[in-house]
Design a binder for this molecule. Structure first.
Ligand SMILES: C[S@@+](CC[C@H](N)C(=O)[O-])C[C@H]1O[C@@H](n2cnc3c(N)ncnc32)[C@H](O)[C@@H]1O
Length: 278
């Protein structure tokens, strides 16, 4: 098995759409006519869910005329959020074929297929011409990619000069290796965490100037406390992507995620940078 099949295998169940539709029914929504709000607990597959997507969007200079790249687009929640909020076009790429299929289906149901497309491919080799995009973002993807300079150079290639790049990442903290499984890997062999300093060096070495790098750990703790309060009051957890995608493993994954954050094994960060040279 190659590293990439190992990674897409981690995310693939074969019946994701059926399970998502069942969840929407349980939540009281018609799966044939989902709303953005109905999908939000499931289709923003990263720490803090929709809140983190809103945060990175608030920091990026996206305009309605932009063509934006989403690297590792998952089920497409962030792409639909950007297209709906800013009126921009979004092209998403993702290694996991099932995610691309579900992302296209949901995007069509929401009437956004004219502005959003999804390609199944490895982000290290994207099917786009040089300087095709006005900006790019990527949320919780680089943990699956060993050669980060190759990734950043490929993103750099497809961006216009001066274009922006926003990253919402999990980096290696001082607390040592996290326990596995995590949301992105069953075992350490599919996980490639860089430190914040390595991330800065990799981006700078790939032709990006960093405008900001923000540790969002406190925001994660505050978000988790609010989520706990909702559950204690009898509500559903606001973020249900991990349980949708990872099923029986979800409880262990969530416990490992919380411990890794508390013990500073993993640190969520938000990075905004610009393409500065060829
Ligand atoms: C934790 S999910 C995040 C999905 C999405 N960015 C979101 O936030 O909702 C990580 C995603 O990265 C994708 N991925 C991992 N390695 C990749 C690669 N080399 N090229 C493209 N996508 C990749 C996975 O298939 C998965 O969809």
């Amino acid at each position: 098995m190659t590293a990439t099949t190992d990674i897409s295998g981690h995310y693939t169940s074969g019946d994701l759409l059926t399970r998502l539709e069942a969840r929407l029914c349980e939540d009281g929504f018609d799966p044939a006519r989902p709303t953005f709000e109905a999908l939000a607990p499931y289709d923003h597959f990263h720490g803090r869910g929709l809140e983190a997507t809103e945060d990175i969007a608030n920091r990026l200079p996206i305009s309605g005329t932009d063509h934006v790249l989403d690297v590792g687009s998952g089920l497409g929640g962030p792409a639909r959020y950007m297209a709906r909020r800013f009126g921009c076009r979004v092209s998403g790429v993702d290694l996991t074929a099932e995610f691309c299929d579900v992302a296209r289906h949901l995007t069509a149901l929401l009437g956004l297929e004219e502005r959003i497309s999804f390609e199944q491919c490895d982000a290290l080799s994207m099917p786009y011409r040089d300087a095709a995009f006005d900006g790019a973002y990527s949320m919780n993807v680089t943990m699956n990619i060993a050669d980060k300079r190759a990734l950043y150079r490929e993103i750099h290639r497809v961006l216009k000069p001066g274009a922006w790049l926003g990253l919402s990442e999990v980096v290696q903290g001082p607390g040592g290796e996290p326990d596995y499984p995590t949301p992105w890997a069953r075992t350490a062999s599919a996980s490639f965490l860089a430190t914040a300093d390595e991330t800065r060096a990799n981006l700078a070495g790939s032709g990006f100037a960093i405008e900001s790098l923000r540790d969002t750990t406190q925001a994660s703790f505050a978000w988790a406390a609010r989520a706990r309060a909702v559950v204690e009051a009898g509500g559903k957890p606001p973020h249900r992507a991990v349980s949708l995608i990872h099923g029986a493993l979800a409880e262990e994954i969530m416990a490992n995620t919380g411990r890794a954050l508390r013990e500073r094994c993993t640190v969520p960060v938000e990075v905004v940078c610009r393409k500065v040279r060829q």
